[in-house]
Design a protein around this ligand. Sequence first.
Ligand code: K7E
Ligand code: CUA
Length: 766
Amino acid sequence: MKKRTQKMAALLATVSIGAFAISSAGMAETLQDVMKRRGLSENDIMAAAKTYTPTGKHDEFLVFSSGGQSGQVIVYGIPSMRILKYIGVFTPEPWQGYGFDDESRKVLQEGSKVDGREVLFGDTHHPSISETNGDTDGQFLFINDKNTPRIAVIDLKDFETKQIVKNPIMQSDHGGAFVSPNSEYVIEASQYPAPLGGEYVPIEQFNEKYRGAVTYWKFNRTKGRIEPENSFSIELPPYSQDLSDFGKGPSDGWSFTNSFCAERYVGGIERGRPPFEAGCSAKDVDFLHVVNWKKAEELVKAGKTKTISGMKVLPLDVAAKEGVLFLIPEPKSPHGADVTPDGKYIIVSGKLDTHATVYSFEKIQAAIKAGKFSGKDEYGVPIIDLGASVHKQVELGLGPLHTQYDSKACIAYTSIYVDSQVTKWDYCEGKVLDKLSVHYNIGHLMAMEGDTAHPKGKYLVALNKLAIDRFAPVGPLHPQNHQLIDISGDKMQLLYDMPLPLGEPHYAVSISTDRLKPSIRYPSGTNSRTDEKSPFGVRAGSEHTDTKPGRVEVFGTVIRSHITPEIIEANEGDEIVIHLTNLERAEDETHGFAVSKHNVNLSLEPGKTVSATFKANKAGVYPYYCTEFCSALHLEMEGYLLVKPANYKASTAKGKAGSSYTKADYDARVKANVETQGVIDSVVGYITSVNYKDFPQAVALVEDATDQLGFAKSAKEKSEDFAKKQDWNNAMLWAEQWFQYQVKTADIGLRAKTHLEQNGAKKVQK
Ligand code: K7E
Ligand code: CUA
């Protein structure tokens, strides 16, 4: 017993000598020595200095990257390139309990149940942050799934997926998710033409019956949800629509979607036909779709739509006739349509052309107004003359793809796929300014807030398709490679290679960290997937279990370091429903909950209520436990699910569980507790002797410590009550629980003390 108290005192002592220990170590090598030993140049050191982020310092920008086929979103910081989180979106993610608790499974299943099948992966391509006046506002994140056309809504208050909407008319998508300047709509354009609504039509009727489409999903910002009933689509010709962007400023109210395979070619290698790749690139131009979505919105309101699979669709002939849809030729098999920050231009690059084309919105409007069309396509859509709408065409390199913008006026960066380069250029003057080689075969690229009305410049990330020789080999499947580039000067400088172990990430978006205001806890008893109070949340002391024939329903809680209840009894074949509420208020005090040999794994962040429903299909003894190392007694955060066989008769055999204790044990425990209180008092003495109230982090820790001390007090009272009744067993056990709360108090107190010492707390006059 005494030993534990001594340990605590030793712990306290290490805190105060820690600073000395650090300064005495590592004196031997100089910076030059390290550079020599590791073969680093001065340029390397400069790059390191520009990215290295010391302990405790935060990144200037956060990035939300597509996780590709992993169906997740990857969150990392810039300039450190440290990964902070994977957000489960279209795929179950066990650590976050995503797809394992009933609440999140509902979100996932709403999006993953497709015509009776369950699709548990997503090919995520383009994330997009909600915008206000064309600038990212940090409230919501959207991302599309190309394979099973869907859009997910992630709330950036807690970085959790809240909603997945399936597109009922498309069979694949690509041109999403991108938001209108005030996030009224999230756009999603189809990729591979197919009959709208998903019916079967022979491929020979491709031109007549196969179609593309673009969907405008109505977003309700107050509710934080997409409203399918207020959303609409526009039917498009069966060209392979590709990427989309919304206009802003002067072009607000319009959207732009490029396309490839305007040839409408259908391959069939096995039938002796040349492949898709030959037929889809045979002609010199494809079409940029120019859409007046505000006008489309009016026509939808006026009832000019037909309904396909529950979706309001503006028919192609109506869109063509009513001035909603126009086409402009674009050279050759383009990829990417990116509106400039001022909304005056749209840049499209041809994968098989060395040029980027800068379209002028003003010229496009003039041509439309004057009715100056070079003709119509087969579906009656007016075609605007390329020459009449172009501002500049600039030769950038082999295989230009995507474009992002700088904080400096007229400066753009375009990814050059075949050359594996980034080209920096001036789209106003049509001049190339700089080129930087990357490794290898860059796809998208991303500048800080580089697709908004006010890009931040500073850094650029190259999202490369191949990693080849950049990292230590880890087998035939290579990591992805995001390369960080400094764009603050005239010349671009490569700073850092980050391997990403999830892929393939197509696009990423960034935001100034200070624009994000995520919460650190939920109001107690919250269903985080609906943002509402859970009907299953309980407070401390009102935990209970409802048992009915065939069903056991537990309303429990978790808090350092126990789960209530600790024993759950059921019969073989019962349905078991466990609702748990995390009673913690303290930051980062997440508990987990897993049941032996069952597919149950929950994550309970402070305040959250989650539920698990499963079948106890086999009799046995199943330990359950907390999966997060939450406290010193985390391993003891455990319990038993006891599943009795059918027709089980209680055994008459005598049994015993645990040890028994005497008065001497109790007295020794109490004596040790009193000494521990002395240690706690000294920590409290230090904290209250400094200006801890000026440190919000310390204040939060002190609040938590005060909570724990309150629990210690009530355990102490219980032990004293049992002592009065000379029930030494229970008296000793409650005295031990009293000690456990003291340990938690001391642990938190020491954390506060360290924080205060490291952040320069000052003595105050009492
Ligand atoms: Cu891979 Cu935007 Cu889907 Cu280009 S996309 S690279
Ligand atoms: Cu709670 Cu470990």
